[in-house]
Design a protein around this ligand. Structure first.
Ligand code: CTP
Length: 220
């Protein structure tokens, strides 16, 4: 039976200001890597596109390392057509410096007072334009109006499912080994899960995907 293919993204991206400084976020990639492992256990052929992280590459998973949001976008868009499922767990930086300086900025440069920023490309919005039957799962990292914002992203990014993470809650999320998520499907049904390890959370998310993804039964 044909094995389904999944593309998982993980970790942060870095947007460089000069060769030694960048804008990023505290994502460690643990959730994305756990999802990649859980998908492999479910029988998927897994490609993991990851920003800079300090994690061991899981067995039997193709790893595509990237650094910037632009590199992650290219890696995802080049591969999306070959995959049945995309799980976009990466914490993609939303802004990048308009200019990355070639040489290290010296602290004596007294004119350096501000950094001009411009938006990075929204990968999921670009995927939405060429979705063609793929099952697409996004994440929503929120600190306020969590459910409302997650529902808006589900619609705006034309997702089949969104996993809501309250990143302001203490002890879960960024950097921790535990997470507490709610899964929202395209019919706006919300299922809230307890605080669990990221491995357990990943397994639960894959179970939700299995239930909602047409044709996934061939993966057992
Ligand atoms: N995402 C993306 N491309 C970006 C930024 C985010 O594809 N440039 C994806 C993330 O991987 C995630 C989803 O979009 O699956 C939502 O990301 P999130 O950071 O929660 O929201 P944003 O879309 O960045 O919006 P905001 O910063 O306003 O909350």
């Amino acid at each position: 039976m044909k094995r389904l293919r999944v593309l998982v993204t993980a970790g942060p991206t870095r947007e460089y200001i000069d060769p030694v400084r960048f804008i990023s976020n505290p994502s460690t990639g643990k959730m994305g890597f756990a999802l990649a492992e859980a998908a492999r256990k479910k029988g998927f052929l897994v490609t993991l596109v990851s920003g800079p992280v300090c994690l061991k590459t899981p067995q039997d998973i193709e790893l595509i390392p990237v650094i910037t949001a632009a590199e992650m976008a290219q890696a995802v868009l080049n591969r999306i057509d070959k995959n049945d499922l995309l799980i976009m767990a990466a914490a993609v930086a939303d802004f990048k410096p308009s200019l990355c300086l070639k040489e290290k900025i010296k602290k004596t440069r007294n004119k350096f007072k501000s950094i001009n920023l411009e938006p990075t490309q929204d990968i999921l919005l670009q995927v939405a334009e060429r979705k063609r039957g793929k099952f697409v799962v996004g994440f929503a990292a929120e600190t306020e109006n969590c459910l409302k914002n997650a529902r808006r992203k589900l619609v705006e990014k034309n997702l089949d499912m969104i996993v809501l993470n309250d990143v302001a809650a203490p002890g879960i999320g960024f950097g921790y080994d535990t997470n507490q998520v709610s899964v929202i499907t395209s019919d706006f049904k919300v299922e809230r899960f307890p605080v669990l390890s990221k491995r357990e959370t990943a397994e639960i998310i894959l179970d939700c995907i299995s239930i909602n993804m047409k044709g996934m039964k061939s993966n057992g």
